[in-house]
Design a protein around this ligand. Structure first.
Ligand code: NAD
Length: 266
């Protein structure tokens, strides 16, 4: 038996990157997966890939900062797949690489809205559906919030992102305590540098701020900071998310799962 058999998952930002890898792994583990994103063609291709492999998935266009869209997304999960057991709050954006002095209030608010406010909205609107089915599973319902190692440590030029990801870490604990009586677990995952489109952009920014070194040189420098000797790949993170989604993690709530090749252990 697959460990997510019979469960329904919603993965935000599930078209590509960490969300895409998570959606695929969850479907392979037996879940029916609703992918939401802004990238409709990429999302449709991810769904097609899952279906081709024998899994079940659907795609819905949804901007995670849109509250009415959250109501539609959870209704879509209920109408299409019969309910909801797992919410992965994964969608996120990087900050623009500027210093605090250069950052505009508009840019600050945009990152906080996408990377923190949206998780509040997702949790709030998913609770009724998660609660309705939580009693069916030994591990109850499961919410997984994607934070970052930047939820633990700072870095110059990314204050809004770091503030948002630190907020996600503690929002997770507040939600875990409120929702434990409803048999809904809430945990955060903290990826290190993982090879996705977002990180390609971040490496360019970091390189530019480190005296104009190229993206590949920056990648080598970042790689060397990982004791395990490589950057992460999306499946590294997806494995941790699937574990938290499954009943194998039934006694975990309010936990911080760091998946970073040892980066912040130093
Ligand atoms: P990515 O850019 O490859 O994928 C992010 C996805 O989210 C994209 O498909 C994008 O279209 C979607 N998205 C962005 N804004 C959205 C919005 N407003 N509404 C709906 N969808 C939206 O990035 P990724 O690296 O896969 O990042 C996924 C998550 O992991 C993010 O929360 C990111 O902060 C976090 N994270 C990534 C890394 C890393 O190294 N890649 C490290 C730590 C944390």
């Amino acid at each position: 038996m697959n460990r997510l058999d019979g469960k329904v998952a919603l993965v935000t930002g599930g078209a590509r990157g960490l969300g895409g890898a998570t959606a695929k792994l969850m479907a392979a583990a037996g879940a029916k997966v609703l992918i939401t994103d802004l990238l409709d063609e990429v999302g449709a291709a991810t769904v097609a890939g899952i279906e081709k492999a024998g899994g079940k998935a659907a795609y819905l266009h949804h901007d995670v900062v849109d509250e009415a869209g959250w109501e539609k997304a959870v209704k879509f999960a209920a109408d299409t797949f019969g309910g909801l057991d797992i919410l992965v709050n994964n969608a996120g954006i990087a900050s623009d690489g500027k210093t605090l002095e250069e950052t505009t209030l508009e840019s600050w608010r945009r990152v906080i809205a996408v990377d923190l406010d949206s998780l509040f909205l997702g949790i709030k609107h998913a609770i009724p559906l998660l609660r309705a089915r939580a009693g069916q599973w030994p591990g109850g319902g499961s919410i997984i919030n994607i934070s970052s190692i930047m939820g633990f440590v700072g870095m110059p030029g990314a204050a809004s992102y770091i503030a948002a990801k630190g907020g996600v870490r503690l929002l997770t604990k507040a939600a875990a305590l409120e929702l434990a009586p409803s048999k809904i677990r809430v945990n955060s995952v903290h990826p290190g540098f993982t090879e996705t489109d977002m990180v390609k952009g971040a490496l360019k920014d970091l390189g530019a701020r480190s005296g104009g070194v190229g993206e590949n040189v920056m990648k080598d420098m970042i790689t060397q900071r990982h004791p395990i000797g490589r950057m992460g790949v999306p499946i590294d993170i997806a494995n941790a998310v699937c574990f938290l989604a499954s009943d194998d993690s039934a006694f975990m709530t309010g936990s911080e799962v760091v998946v970073d090749g040892g980066y912040i252990a130093q």
